[in-house]
Structure formats: structure tokens, C-alpha cells
Design a protein around this ligand. Structure first.
Ligand SMILES: [Fe+2]
Ligand SMILES: [Fe+2]
Length: 326
């Protein structure tokens, strides 16, 4: 094995983290590794306090990224959840780095949540995460554009969930929704919109060949299954269920599961439907490559009867030239 491949394989078992995600004077419950150029070496053991002197010496050695082993990933994730507010409000941290910390930790958490979506603690952590994402998106005008820069466009249900939540919140803010509680309720529905897919096998979700009618029927169950899964804990607000149950309904009645029309579809569901289709089109799937944002929006306009016209126009403006996406 050549050295590069060896390093890559070795690093794959680790999570890369930003130095800025470590808070001075906090206890780190996970071991930290650094890259010495050829391999990762243990830099410090867990449970030691991290202080300004440690931070300085890393910066003096030009070390901006550290590594956490996969086995301690969840401890790191909890640590970020406990400190994310301070990170967001820290003026000393670059805004793109903040976006990357918020986005990466959201992905880690959602991945965990989707593996056990009926766990009370997981749903409570999701609501907390959405609250933090809302405050991040509201705290600076540039926040959404910074999130766009760090977003992953490889499709996994967890990255898709985080992307759909991000697009939905950005669109809601763009159209003037300012009430934090309302944004939290929408964001929770958006991030959990595909939770019902956890009842469907990866083999069907990633199938390259056309789906059989039985498989299509199964996939079309996921809005209802999402509702059932979340009803087990029933922690989320009643209005958060709308996007989960209705995100595949279409304005012209062509959607599923009920085929209801524009008057019966909740506004949150209309927002999430646009974010959902846009993200699904612009990310890479196992069975097809990603479509660029502009042709994706063009295709959505060609099918405009399916979406709320005003929201689709606003979304296009939001994603317009100044976002750097088009
Ligand atoms: Fe869906
Ligand atoms: Fe989706």
C-alpha cells in the first residue's frame, strides 16, 4: 500500500475537526490526534482541560485541524451540542468555519437520530439542534451563503435532511418569517421530513434499476411512517407533522399520499416540498449524477403547477447570483 493510500485509510476512521470548535477552559471528553505529516498521532488524552496555552501552541505550529477517533465521535458530538451557542456567538471565529462546525455537527447528529428515531433523547436533541441552526441562520446575513459553501452534495438521507432543513429555514427567513418559535417548528418538520424512510431498506432507496410498482408503493408510505415513528414520542409540535406528512403533496393534486390540492396543504409543507425537490435534484445519487442548480430550478419551473408559485419564485431569488450558486 502506498503511503498516501495508507494515510487515507487510516484517516477514514477519524473525524476531522476544526481547532475553533474546542472551547478554551473546557474539559474535552475525547482523545485528540494530530497529523504529523505521515500519520495521526495522539496529541492529548481525554478528560484533560483545554486551555489558552494549548490553543496558542497549536496555532503557533500551524495546526488548525485535529482528529477524533470514530469510537469517540459521539462524545465529540455531545461536546459540540453543549458549546454550539458560544461558538456561534464567538466573534473570533471565521463565519465559514462556524458554518462548517454547525453543518458537520448537524449531519453527525441526524445520522445518529435516524438510526434510532423513536428515542426520546434523540428527538429532544434534534429540536435543540434546529434551534441552534435557526439562531445561526438569523445571526448574520451571510450565514446561509456560508452554509451553502460547506454543504455536502453527496446524497445520504442524513445530509439530505440537514440540507432540506437549511434551505427551508433560509427560504422562510427570506419571505419574512421572523418568529423564532415558528421557525423552530418548521425546521423540526423539515429535518425529520424523511424519517419514515428508515423503515425502507437501503437496497430499495439506492436501487439503480427502475422501481417495481410494489417498491413505489412502499416508498410512498414514508410520509405516513414518519408520522407514526414520531407519534411514538410525540414530542414535536403539532405543526411540525405537516411537512412530514405532506412534503410529497403537490399544489395541483398530483402528489402523494393523499393527492390533496393547494388549499389543503400547509404552508410549511409547501416550503419543505421546494427545498426537498431542489436538494434531491442537486445532489449526487448512486443512480445518477447531480444536476446544477440552474437547470434544476428551470425544471421545477417547467413543472410549476406542482409548487406554490410565489414560494418557488422567492426560492429562485434566494438562490440567485448573489448566493454564488447560480
Ligand atoms: Fe420524502
Ligand atoms: Fe426528502
Amino acid at each position: 500500500m502506498d503511503l498516501d493510500l495508507k494515510t487515507k485509510t487510516y484517516k477514514a476512521a477519524f473525524l476531522v475537526i476544526h481547532l475553533e470548535s474546542l472551547r478554551v477552559n473546557s474539559i474535552l471528553e475525547f482523545d485528540l490526534y494530530i497529523d504529523n505529516g505521515s500519520e495521526l498521532v495522539l496529541y492529548r488524552n481525554a478528560l484533560l482541560p483545554f486551555n489558552e496555552k494549548n490553543r496558542r501552541s497549536l496555532l503557533d505550529n500551524n495546526i488548525k485541524h485535529l482528529y477524533v477517533s470514530s469510537s469517540m465521535k459521539e462524545l465529540y458530538q455531545r461536546y459540540i451540542e453543549n458549546n454550539i451557542r458560544d461558538i456561534i456567538n464567538d466573534d473570533g471565529i471565521d463565519e465559514t468555519v462556524k458554518a462548517s462546525i454547525v453543518y458537520d455537527s448537524a449531519n453527525l447528529l441526524v445520522r445518529e437520530v435516524l438510526s434510532k428515531p423513536t428515542l426520546r433523547d434523540n428527538i429532544e436533541r434534534t429540536e435543540e439542534l434546529v434551534g441552534n441552526t435557526v439562531s445561526f441562520i438569523l445571526h448574520k446575513k451571510s450565514a446561509f451563503h456560508n452554509l451553502l459553501k460547506v454543504m455536502s452534495f453527496d446524497y445520504y438521507t442524513y445530509t439530505h435532511s440537514v440540507n432540506v432543513c437549511t434551505f427551508s429555514l433560509a427560504l422562510a427567513k427570506y419571505i419574512g418569517m421572523e418568529d423564532i418559535e415558528e421557525l423552530n417548528i418548521l425546521g423540526t418538520g423539515a429535518i425529520l421530513h424523511d424519517v419514515g424512510k428508515t423503515r425502507i431498506s437501503e437496497a430499495i432507496l439506492n436501487k439503480k434499476e427502475p422501481l417495481t410498482s410494489e417498491e413505489i408503493e412502499l416508498i410512498q408510505m414514508h410520509p405516513q411512517w414518519g408520522f407514526e415513528i414520531l407519534k411514538e414520542t410525540d414530542i414535536i409540535s403539532p405543526a411540525s407533522y405537516y411537512p412530514i406528512v405532506q412534503h410529497h403533496e403537490r399544489e395541483d393534486g398530483s402528489g402523494y399520499p393523499k393527492g390533496i390540492g393547494c388549499h389543503e396543504i400547509h404552508r410549511f409543507s409547501k416550503i419543505v416540498a421546494i427545498a426537498d425537490v431542489f436538494d434531491a435534484m442537486t445532489t449526487r445519487r448512486v443512480y445518477r449524477s447531480a444536476i446544477d442548480p440552474y437547470p434544476a430550478l428551470k425544471e421545477m419551473f417547467e413543472n410549476r403547477a406542482a409548487f406554490n408559485r410565489e414560494l418557488l419564485e422567492q426560492f429562485t431569488r434566494l438562490m440567485g447570483p448573489e448566493s454564488g450558486v447560480l
